[in-house]
Design a protein around this ligand. Structure first.
Ligand SMILES: [Zn+2]
Ligand SMILES: [Zn+2]
Length: 304
């Protein structure tokens, strides 16, 4: 899976940072792409990637602040123009009111879409989406308005086929291998075998936590504890701005150190960076971060 950061700024766009949007490219695993938040200009930024807007079939909105949602209507409208009459449905997940927000804007701008939109509004349940490959959980955060974080789990995958063992019972590589892998048992030459006896250890699926706008609170540590990778807002990168972060209900770099202390995460990506810092300041601050913590930039791409 590849993660694309379309916009990495906080609040307002700046010369080098657009407002928030992240895309998960699951084309290999699911033939789908997912978008997390859609700040203004996200549809323009996506043109600088290899992602086709038509391939985005799920959009997850964290909260209603403009820097996370004001690109949504434009994106939905352009996607309609790009679809060429194919009907690729899209599901929007968001806080209560997301359907009303989209439908009202569509109506007042007289925008007609050539694909259906389905809505899932968050409630108390923690799992909002699940298929055979991934599962998405949410957590209610602590921001100035209701805001939700996400955790995307890749499910464990079956191990690789043990070719030597299969050859021992006379099965050479070929289409039958798929049957061995996908079924609990298989029959060969009239004998029934248990598939898992011919598979290596399960491959553990990774887990990615996304923490949009919030101030730090203890429960976040529990939430991220089983993640391998964290993508977190970090509006305030300077330790001396800790109180500002608390006041405006955002994350400060000192909060990120709580994650660092918790366990050795593969990577911690910091986004939603305040426009108050110039490039030199960010470079300088980045040099002093632990080596698994990165301040990301617009259009950065990472394989996870
Ligand atoms: Zn924000
Ligand atoms: Zn916000």
């Amino acid at each position: 899976m590849k993660v694309h950061f379309l916009g990495t700024g906080a609040g307002i766009p700046s010369k080098y940072r657009n407002t928030q949007s992240i895309v998960f490219n699951f084309m290999q695993e699911l033939k789908e792409c997912w978008m997390f938040d859609c700040g203004e200009g996200s549809q323009h930024k996506i043109m600088h990637t290899n992602i086709k807007p038509s391939k985005i079939n799920r959009i997850f909105i964290s909260h209603f602040h403009g820097d996370h949602i004001l690109g949504l209507i434009g994106f939905l409208s352009s996607r309609s123009f790009l679809l060429n009459k194919e009907e690729l449905p899209l599901t929007i997940y968001g806080p209560k009111g997301i359907e009303k927000f989209v439908e009202f804007n569509m109506k007042i701008t007289n925008t007609k879409l050539n694909y259906p939109i389905y809505y899932v509004e968050y409630n108390d349940t923690t799992t909002i989406y699940e298929n055979s490959v991934v599962k998405v959980d949410i957590i209610s955060l602590n921001h100035t308005i209701q805001c939700f974080g996400f955790k995307v789990y890749f499910k464990n995958q079956k191990g690789t086929l043990l070719v030597d063992k299969l050859r021992e019972i006379g099965i050479e590589p070929g289409p039958f291998y798929r049957e061995v892998k996908n079924q609990e048992t298989f029959i060969y030459n009239g004998v029934e075998y248990v598939s898992k006896d011919f598979l290596g250890d399960n491959k553990r699926g990774k887990c990615i936590a996304i923490i949009p706008d919030t101030s730090y609170f203890e429960k976040i540590l529990d939430f991220v504890s089983d993640a391998d990778v964290i993508i977190s807002e970090c509006t305030y990168l300077k330790e001396e701005e800790y109180e500002l972060a608390q006041k405006y209900k955002h994350i400060n770099i000192l909060d990120i150190y709580n994650f660092v202390k918790l366990k050795n995460f593969d990577k911690i990506y910091l986004t939603h960076i305040s426009s108050r810092y110039d490039k030199a300041t960010i470079d300088n601050l980045s040099n002093n971060l632990p080596n698994n913590v990165f301040v990301v930039n617009d259009l950065d791409e990472y394989n996870i």
